[in-house]
Design a protein around this ligand. Sequence first.
Ligand SMILES: Nc1ncnc2c1ncn2[C@@H]1O[C@H](COP(=O)(O)OP(=O)(O)OP(=O)(O)O)[C@@H](O)[C@H]1O
Length: 260
Amino acid sequence: MAEAREKEAAGRPPRGETLLYLNGVTKSFDGFKAINDLSLVVARGEMRAIIGPNGAGKTTMMDIITGKTRPDAGEVYFAGNTDLTRHDEAEIASMGIGRKFQKPTVFESHTVEDNLVLALSGQRGIFSTLFHKRSESDSKRIDTILETVRLTAKRHLPAADLSHGQKQWLEIGMLLAQDPELLLVDEPVAGMTDAETEETAKLLREIAETRSVVVVEHDMHFVRALGVKVTCLHEGHVLAEGPLDQVSADPRVIEVYLGR
Ligand SMILES: Nc1ncnc2c1ncn2[C@@H]1O[C@H](COP(=O)(O)OP(=O)(O)OP(=O)(O)O)[C@@H](O)[C@H]1O
C-alpha cells in the first residue's frame, strides 16, 4: 500500500508547478468517508473532466476546493503555494476560483448584457452599476464575453427569454467576467439539446485556452467531445485516470459506472 502510494506520488508533478493540487484528502460525514485519500493534480491551462457514479464524491471534492467544506485531512493547494484549507469561500472566489453550479442562476428580468455588467462590477451596487457610464475597457470585455458565450445577438433580451442552454452559457459568461484562473463547472449540459451540448464542448475548449477548467459531467458524448484527460472517481478516490478511451475501457470503470 505504502509502496503503491509512493509510486503514485512519483508520477505527480511538484506542487509548485500545479494550479490545483489535492493530496491524500479525506472527508467523512457521520463516519462515512465521502472523500477517501483523494489525490488529484490539475496543471495550469489544463481542462480535466471528472466522471463517476452518483455518490462518488464529485460534489464534495468541489465543495472542498471552494472552501464550502473543510477536509478532515490532506493537502489542498491552489497555484502551488496557497493552502485553500485556510481560506473561506469568499476569499477563495476572490483568489480566482470560479464555480458554476448545475442550475443556472441568472437575473431573469435583466438583459443578457446587464447580467454581465453586474458580474463585472462585483461589489458595486446594482443602481450605480447599471446607470453609470461604462468604461471603454469594461465595454470591450463585455463584447468579448458575449462572443465567447455565443450570446452577442441576444444581448438586449431579458435573460428570462433565453433557452435553458443559453442561460447556462450566460452564467459561464458571468463567471468569466470575474476572470478566474480556475473554473469549476458542475454538469453543464444536463437538460441541454444535442446541438447546445456540442456547442458547450466547443465553448469550454475555447475558455480552456486561457485558464484551467474542471468539468464534472455524466454525459459521455460530451466528455468525448471535450477531448481531455478524464478522472473517474469512485467511493471518494481516483479509480482511473487518463485518456477517455483508456478510462472507459478499464474493467473497474465499466463495473462501477459505465456498465450500469
Ligand atoms: N453534508 C453531507 N452530510 C452527509 N453526507 C453527505 C454530505 N455531503 C455528501 N454526503 C455523502 O457523501 C457521498 C458523496 O456525495 P457527493 O454529492 O459528493 O457525490 P457525487 O459524486 O457528487 O454524486 P452525484 O453524481 O449524485 O452528484 C454521498 O454518499 C453523499 O450522501
